[in-house]
Design a protein around this ligand. Structure first.
Ligand SMILES: [Zn+2]
Length: 146
């Protein structure tokens, strides 16, 4: 059986997302994966990493593979999503729990080590029609600039 060599893609951006689901309702990694695969017919969950409300970091699509999370930017990016992004009334809001913020920070430390030149962006910076991820990615851009 031949070895299959996966050449790592060049990563220009780490793109942050929210799941755009209400903060008072669960939308777990498995819920998201099921939606993407069964309903949207993706080959796998669109994100590479997913952070649940309690801070659990879930590994999604392998980083070697392009994701499906940001139109025209998937080829050279890593997609990170946190569970939430809508308040109890369904309006866009930064609903990250402290555990999610802590986990996101830990994950970004690791991603920055692997992809030191990648720029951290919020989804809405590529698509102003979206509120996603409902917080300003600038704070992370400043911390993780090389
Ligand atoms: Zn998004």
């Amino acid at each position: 059986m031949p070895f299959i060599i996966y050449k790592m893609r060049s990563i220009a951006f780490i793109i942050l997302h929210c799941s755009a689901t209400r903060c008072d309702r669960r939308y777990s990694f498995n819920d998201c994966k099921r939606d993407h695969v069964k309903n949207r017919k993706f080959k796998d969950i669109g994100y590479h990493w997913y952070i649940e409300r309690d801070g659990t970091i879930c590994k999604g699509r392998p980083e070697e593979q392009a994701g499906a999370h940001c139109k025209e930017r998937n080829k050279h990016s890593i997609g990170v999503c946190y569970e939430g992004g809508l308040d109890e009334n369904g309006r866009p809001a930064d609903t990250r729990t402290q555990a999610q913020k802590d986990s996101l920070f830990d994950l970004l430390i690791q991603l920055h080590q692997r992809y030191p030149r990648a720029v951290i962006m919020g989804h809405h910076e590529f698509n102003p029609l979206k509120d996603c991820p409902c917080f300003d990615a600038e704070e992370y851009r400043q911390i993780f600039s090389t």
